[in-house]
Design a protein around this ligand. Structure first.
Ligand SMILES: Cc1ncc(COP(=O)(O)O)c(C=O)c1O
Length: 454
């Protein structure tokens, strides 16, 4: 079904340049034309349906074409679609700010709007830097980032990223970032177990801070899961101790919860599990339940006050995007927050996560090429390795994950890989039966691939 080229596919390939793709791959694997979506399913133009196991790039929370969210959007569209956000405001942005301040960790009282994840990262980096300039700490002009980090693909965000695939070619253009080895629980250099460790690997960050803290404005991290690196998971104690180091060395902590926020890790925000308040929290993706691009950066009164003065002191944060605080997106986000509260979604996530972990561990852990099945909240990852004992990875050029992804599509499952890691990050509306079906199809695809692999 996938290789038959339809008229729309042909026309797509004439003009559309797809993201994160080698366009030559589309010669024998043209883009699937999706006509509609409902719940956990996407339907293509030929009537095939696919379980959206990756929530369409981690954005969808409550299913495609969700009635409540669609209605909220339609109603808002009939009232106000957009308005300039400098000197003007509107109810959806005000209510959303109030709600986000209430939901996020104590002390994050100010909300700055942007319109996608990478832009939120740019905002947080710039705010941290400008804060320190205005506090007479001009030496603090570098950021500390972890190996394997991913924070988006604008130049600032790429500068604090650690996944070579995305930033290597741009190195000459990037900021001079301080890099520290991040946590790696699957191949732990200390041979520790995440359930009982006290994050000895934080020493890599501590060494850099000790040496360079006077130059460092902020540390940026993905709390609990380094998502794009292959759903690399680490325990809350790492975050808790990191926050203490930030206080000790007068360095901001930027929590990039763009992928993990809004319940993915089993709590509303990953930082909750460590009981910490970062100086900046970046949110996007699930914020609008997968409907519209929107992002926010939450910060503290202390940061806000460093910018608050007469205009001619030039202390204002002069950063803007045309679609900042878009009313449609804010209204949709408000509806998403209402669903969380009214339908006790966090409890539901916890119950479904436990179920998913049990089934998936049983199915995947015993397979010959599965090094590990790991899960935090409702994010599960299967790490494929050449050797189960040594954990030797497959060579990247084999593109094993990509080949399994193609087989899974034939079986009606959208299971986009990250290198040789396959993962589940499904919408929360997925039922237990559907969770079982998703796991069964993933297992079938993996088995089918390895039956032929030499
Ligand atoms: C942790 C994290 N930060 C930032 C981003 C960038 O978000 P966007 O793709 O909306 O620019 C992503 C996207 O996957 C992400 O996973």
């Amino acid at each position: 079904m996938i290789s038959t080229i339809s008229n729309l596919q042909e026309r797509d390939l004439k003009h559309v340049w797809h993201p994160c793709s080698q366009m030559k791959d589309y010669e024998d694997f043209p883009p699937i034309v999706i006509k509609s979506g409902k719940g956990i399913y996407l339907y293509d133009e030929n009537g095939n349906r696919y379980i959206d196991a990756v929530s369409s790039w981690w954005v969808n929370l409550f299913g495609h074409s969700n009635e409540r969210i669609s209605n909220a959007l339609a109603h808002q569209a009939s009232q106000l679609e957009h308005v300039i956000f400098a000197n003007f405001t509107h109810e959806p942005a005000i209510l959303l700010s109030e709600k986000l301040v209430q939901l996020t960790p104590e002390g994050l009282n100010k909300v700055f709007f942007a319109d996608n994840g990478s832009s939120a990262i740019e905002v947080a980096l710039k705010m941290s830097f400008q804060y320190h300039m205005q506090k007479n700490k001009p030496k603090k002009k570098r950021f500390l980032a972890l190996s394997d980090a991913y924070h988006g693909e604008t130049l600032g965000a790429l500068s604090v990223g650690g996944v070579g695939l995305y930033n290597e070619v741009f190195q000459p253009l990037l900021l001079d970032t301080v890099r520290a080895q991040g946590p790696d629980c699957f191949r732990c250099p200390f041979k520790d177990k995440p359930e009982r460790c006290n994050a000895p690997c934080l020493s890599f960050v501590e060494e850099k801070l000790e040496l360079l803290h006077e130059e460092i404005s902020a540390i940026i991290i993905e709390p609990l899961i380094q998502a794009a690196a292959g759903m690399k998971m680490y325990p809350p104690v790492y975050l808790k101790r990191l926050k203490a180091l930030c206080l000790q060395y007068d360095v901001h902590l930027i929590a990039d919860e763009i992928a993990v926020g809004f319940g993915r890790t089993g709590t509303m925000f990953a930082c909750e599990q460590a009981g910490i308040t970062p100086d900046f929290m970046c949110l996007s993706k699930g914020l609008t339940g997968g409907y519209l691009p929107l992002s926010v950066v939450l910060t503290t009164d202390e940061v806000y006050e460093a910018f608050y003065d007469d205009y001619d002191t030039m202390k204002a944060f002069l950063h803007s995007h045309s679609y900042t605080g878009n009313p449609l997106a804010c209204r949709v986000a408000l509806e998403v927050m209402k669903i969380f509260e009214e339908d006790n979604i966090i409890e539901e996530i916890q119950a479904k996560s436990a179920y998913m972990k049990q089934i998936a561990s049983n199915v995947f852990c015993g397979l010959p090429y599965v090094g590990e099945y790991r899960q935090t909240g409702m994010v599960g990852a299967i790490e494929l390795v050449r050797d189960k004992v040594t954990k030797e990875p497959f060579p990247g050029c084999d593109r094993i994950g990509y080949q399994i992804y193609k087989i899974a599509l034939e079986k009606g499952l959208l299971l986009r890989p990250l290198g040789n890691i396959l993962y589940f990050m499904p919408p929360y509306v997925m039922t237990k039966d559907e969770i079982s079906l998703m796991i069964e199809r993933a297992n079938d695809a993996i088995q089918e691939f390895f039956a032929k692999y030499k």
